[in-house]
Design a protein around this ligand. Sequence first.
Ligand SMILES: *Cc1c(COP(=O)(O)O)cnc(C)c1O
Length: 443
Amino acid sequence: MELRNVPGPKAQAIIARDREVISPAVGRPYGFVMDHGRGAEVWDVDGYRYLDFIAGIAVVTTGHSHPAVVKAIQEQAEKFIHISSDYYHEPWVRVAEKLAEIAPFGGEPGMSFMTNSGTESVEAAIKLARYVTNRKFFIGFLGGFHGRTMGSLAFTARKAAFRSRFFPWMGGVVHAPFPNPYRPILRSRGDEGYGETVVRYIEEQILGTLVPPDEVAAFLVEPIQGEGGYIVPPDDFFPALRRLADKYGILIISDEVQTGVGRTGKWWAIEHWGVQPDLVASAKGLASGVPFGAMLARKHLMMQWPKGAHGNTYGGNPLASVAALVTLDMVEKELMANAAEVGAYALEGLRDIMARHPTIGDVRGKGLMLALEFVRDRASKEPFPELRDLVEQYAFRLGLLTMGSGTSVLRMAPPLIITRAQVDEAWAILEEAIARAERELAA
Ligand SMILES: *Cc1c(COP(=O)(O)O)cnc(C)c1O
């Protein structure tokens, strides 16, 4: 395999200009400078081709510039590009009708509030939860990521850099441990499962001592932690959390910004555990790359918001709406099944790689949310972030885009159109990258 000297000269020139005018707050793991993309393939400005196994962070659901998405955007752009959410238009209504149909509320219809990003969907959910319950407190989860604005940031508990010098953010949020089966931090009692252990801890230690349960509006939780390291909770967690929430009249907001829209093989990841939330935050994969988000809520909750309680300028943007319609249609007809099928195949492939590399402590995922966790050795499970970073760099230089997550995790979230052949090609590159990184660090 050819180890490329990337970023190449054209890419380097653009990166140098970027450095002068784009905020250094924007973090880039490596110097990929995009020229164009098609499906799961992307090309940089120096002409190098890559397999894109991150899809703009789980955004480009139908692949890059899918012809049907492009056509829908072009046709809509010819008609009109914007009319504010003070007016009506049909594409927006059609997206909301589709979302109402697929909302995971167990038969109760859903209603939508459209946004432009994940953090806005989360903010809308927090505001609705406070409004309808008239309760002040929320419970978030350690390792969670929900966005960067002052409401969602109050829940985001991933890295000190995300929070440093930004306090005060929204008040009233306390954090519970998220059940990480690979790295449990609580002791189970008897034959209790680890998900139940965490929920018992929440009931005894958080509701019992920190915040009175009848003052808690909602749990805000990712069904699979995304930025936290693609952590899949044990199967008993969500059912137990739902029981606890019902006991005290607390709502559950499922943050499906990264996990939703078919990525895990179901419309919403929380459906893997047969649990129905009360609100859902969606964005990322919803419109195949056009900025778009939606906060879904059970109809009886959303109907309580009076006119003017919330709003925005761009919600239901026509270009985003038509891109979402094509995306949702393709996900329903074939891509959700493809995510489940090719995802299972890809997970097997990662397990094979793990069998050959003791530096990999864990392999996990659902559908096309896939991750490897690197460790210094499997017995101690000590994280090995330097190795992860180097694997990410080598993968880039060998022609594969991936992204770090958590402390020592490498994640893959390819477009849902991915094929088995592309997985084979990607995993060959990945294994070569791992081998090179291991040799370099003499692991
Ligand atoms: C990315 C992400 C967000 C924030 O979305 P933005 O569009 O970046 O504001 C919120 N929640 C989860 C789970 C995410 O992965």
